[in-house]
Design a protein around this ligand. Structure first.
Ligand SMILES: C[S@@+](CC[C@H](N)C(=O)[O-])C[C@H]1O[C@@H](n2cnc3c(N)ncnc32)[C@H](O)[C@@H]1O
Length: 248
């Protein structure tokens, strides 16, 4: 496998069709040309066949993938994967699937999986909206985590935001009853929109115990790379934790 399209190390996402391409919905990301470090490239090449789950427009058999029946967490947009690896290492009894489009990020997380010998984490390098729609079956996930999704601050880009009613409906549907949808952002206007969208979904129920509707950072979530940058800029951080109502 070779992630690059040029000998100089520039790459394009190998697994996703172009932004706004003929068959696509509005993408929550743009293709980035970027550079893979030699370590990320090597980890990507050796790790993807081992810990990568290829995109397929059919449901995944998660029990077969992990070889066991265990609680399952799916993360959307893990970036460089530091937090993902930390959470997976701290919860060996749970299986994790990380979804990210960014090749360098996948390489970085594959490096951590190899170095830490994590057996409970797999990667899908593809648009999470399609992964959720096609690969994840109804009521199969114990938690979905979306930590610091791109805030797309300009009004003309709001349509690219991941947390929007149609996608939240699909996310809620993939959770088991009492499963958790956990989002976090350091962009206050997006936090307000997230709270509005999540609260409006009839399948979800907030776990917040405060009038503002936000939750304290759960102990299982370490600070993420993007969050640390936000904190350095003086941003406030908002966690939103919702449960899929039991019996729905
Ligand atoms: C702002 S970064 C946050 C990364 C990480 N969660 C953190 O907190 O450091 C958002 C990430 O989401 C990824 N992303 C955006 N839309 C995505 C999608 N539809 N499917 C998979 N990954 C996506 C981007 O490539 C980017 O790495």
């Amino acid at each position: 496998m070779d992630p690059s399209t040029s000998p100089g190390g520039s790459f394009q996402h190998p697994a996703v069709s172009p932004v706004g391409g003929p068959s696509s919905h509005i993408r929550s990301f743009v293709h980035r040309r970027g550079h893979l470090t030699p370590s990320q490239r090597e980890a990507w090449q050796t790790g993807m066949p081992r810990w990568g789950l290829p995109w397929q427009p059919q449901p995944l058999d998660l029990e077969r993938v992990f070889g066991r029946e265990a609680p399952r967490v799916l993360e959307i947009g893990f970036g460089m994967g530091e937090t993902t690896a930390q959470i997976a290492a701290a919860s060996p009894e749970t299986d994790f699937i990380g979804v990210e489009v960014y090749t360098a990020g996948c390489g970085a997380l594959l490096r951590r999986i190899a170095d830490q010998q994590l057996t409970n984490l797999r990667i899908i390098q593809h648009d999470a909206m399609e992964v959720i729609r096609e690969m994840i079956q109804e009521a199969t996930l114990d938690r979905i985590q979306v930590f610091f999704p791109d805030p797309w601050p300009k009004a003309r880009h709001h349509k690219r935001r991941l947390i929007r009613p149609d996608f939240v409906e699909e996310l809620a549907n993939r959770l088991k009853p009492a499963g958790i949808l956990h989002c976090a952002t350091d962009w206050a206007p997006y936090a307000d929109v997230m709270r509005e969208v999540l609260s409006a979904n009839p399948t979800l129920q907030t776990q917040s115990t405060t009038p503002d509707g936000f939750a304290p950072r759960p102990t299982y979530r370490p600070l993420t790379r993007f969050e640390s940058r936000g904190l350095r800029l003086g941003h406030e951080v908002f966690d939103l934790v919702y449960e899929r109502r039991k019996g729905l």
